[in-house]
Design a protein around this ligand. Sequence first.
Ligand SMILES: [Zn+2]
Ligand SMILES: [Zn+2]
Length: 51
Amino acid sequence: MKRCVSCGREVKQNYVEFKCPSCGKTEVVRCTSCRVLGTKYTCAECSFTGP
Ligand SMILES: [Zn+2]
Ligand SMILES: [Zn+2]
């Protein structure tokens, strides 16, 4: 099960997943609505915040 790091909702199909651009350790998961809205996310590893 994956959760959107921005809104905390469970995601199944409509999401994007990428490595943290700062530390490269954490897989950042964002649902499509948060991506479209540009909701901020925070890396659990290095506290990097990005759109
Ligand atoms: Zn979301
Ligand atoms: Zn990071």
